[in-house]
Design a protein around this ligand. Structure first.
Ligand code: AMP
Ligand code: ZN
Length: 437
């Protein structure tokens, strides 16, 4: 097979050179970090007051971990290292509307980010002759504009179709000869089922490839999408704290995701002891961003579980490969690609006086898409035979939740005391979704 490299010198760089490059970039990133109020304080406590204190890659371990809570505490500008006048964009983690974790970009940051996404896209065999339909949410979520800019960088014609509106997606595919799409794996399956239901023939579209990410999925699910749609599906991993997409991506061998180690330093740690693990061992992925000056983030605990392959990849790239993410070390739920913490739901429900003390978060599949059902006990004063009053409360809960978590849930009201009360630690989440979609 002939492989395509966007930046062959970097992608196939010998490990010692790659590590020397990482060290240089780490020093620069520490310099950026020291200009933020948050890291100035954090790093000083760890005895790091200048980038000269980083003498080898091993010194990375002197830097304390950064968590999502740290980012929240530093909101809004505690992690900003440049003048606000030089910021040209901000993004936030999906599904958060309260105090989000906000990431700022300078013009150079955006260029670098687009370069990493372009590297991913080009590495799957795409060229400027491709037509790319980006079927993912635009807005604060990084998947939209991130892939959009990467696609433009490759020179493809980019159709910013956004997610949803499946019938219109087919029309765009047919009208413009779309060859590659980006979507969540569940949306791809949904597209396929609607295609069948609406009698859209496979021959009427020219689709060849899809980039699928933003949520975990299994190898079986990939195969299923590939067979049903007769396309190649590539796994795409990223997170807003590390820019968004373009962090790790599959090459044409589709056997693990190359982490772009000239842009990110990856470590796998034991989530309990926080000690680094060896390549091959499964643990929590910790990432250091080397390519964003406006919001430098060092040793970020992603909470995602993975491991590094020990073997180099036959494609010739020297950047280590991650296994597909198998789960998380916290209770974050990913619902149709949107991140939701059970605590966000609890906050909304418990703030309503009409609501009783118990509730349950149930996740199911409706066709191939995730469905969120919130079962709530109504307070005694509300649970009456007055259907109008009940419906009004249901609607109020639904609307407030949707405004907070960006997902439209189905709300069920139950009589006070009727939901199961667990002994000991309350079990409020019932995830009935099958592992394979
Ligand atoms: P966000 O910051 O909103 O982009 O969400 C990032 C999170 O989405 C990651 O930390 C992962 O938990 C999840 N995620 C993104 N891409 C993938 C993928 N390819 N496989 C599994 N989980 C993913
Ligand atoms: Zn490879």
């Amino acid at each position: 097979m002939e492989y395509q490299y966007w930046n062959p010198e970097i992608e196939k760089m010998k490990r010692p050179e790659l590590e020397a490059l990482q060290l240089e970039k780490l020093k620069t990133a520490v310099g950026w970090a020291l200009r933020t109020p948050f890291y100035k304080e954090r790093l000083r406590k760890a005895g790091i007051t200048g980038s000269g204190d980083i003498k080898s890659l091993a010194d990375l371990r002197r830097i304390p971990y950064t968590t999502k809570n740290d980012l929240r505490d530093a909101f809004p500008y505690g992690l900003l290292s440049i003048s606000r006048d030089d910021v040209v964009r901000l993004h936030a983690s999906s599904g958060t509307t309260g105090t989000p974790t906000t990431i700022y970009f300078s013009r150079e940051d955006l260029k670098r980010w687009a370069g990493y996404v372009a590297r991913c896209i080009y590495g799957t065999g795409c060229t400027k002759t491709d037509v790319f339909q980006n079927m993912i949410t635009y807005g604060l979520f990084t998947g939209g504009l991130g892939f959009h800019s990467g696609g433009e960088e490759v020179g493809m014609m980019v159709i910013p179709s956004g997610s949803g509106n499946t019938t219109r997606q087919f029309k765009l595919m047919q009208d413009f000869g779309t060859t590659v799409v980006h979507a969540t794996p569940s949306f791809l399956l949904h597209v396929e089922s609607i295609m069948r239901a609406e009698g859209v023939s496979r021959d009427s579209i020219r689709l060849r490839k899809a980039f699928a990410g933003a949520e975990p999925y299994s190898e079986d699910t990939r195969k299923r999408i590939e067979e049903l749609l007769k396309i190649d599906v590539y796994n795409s991993y990223g997170l807003s704290e590390m820019n968004g997409p373009g962090v790790a991506f599959e090459c044409q061998l589709k056997n693990g995701l190359h982490l772009w180690e000239d842009g990110y330093i990856g470590e796998i740690i034991d989530p309990e002891t926080l000690e680094p693990l060896k390549d091959g061992e499964t643990g929590e992925l910790v990432l250091t961003c080397l390519c964003r000056e406006a919001t430098p983030i060092l040793r970020y605990r992603t909470r995602d579980l993975s491991s590094f392959y020990t073997e180099p990849c036959a494609c010739g790239r020297t950047h280590r490969r991650l296994r597909r993410i198998t789960g998380r070390t916290d209770d974050m739920l990913i619902i149709n690609g949107v991140n939701v913490f059970p605590s966000q739901i609890e906050e909304v429900i418990m703030a309503m006086k009409e609501v009783g003390n118990n509730y349950l978060i149930v996740l199911d599949k409706e066709g191939v898409l995730d469905r969120l059902v919130i079962k709530v006990e109504a307070g005694p004063s509300i649970f009456t035979d007055d259907a109008r009053q009940m419906n009004a409360l249901k609607e109020k809960i639904r609307k407030t939740l949707q405004a907070s978590i960006t997902i439209n849930p189905r709300v069920e009201l139950h009589e006070s005391g009727s939901l199961p009360v667990s002994e000991g630690k309350a079990k409020r989440v019932q995830d009935n979704r099958p592992k394979d979609l």
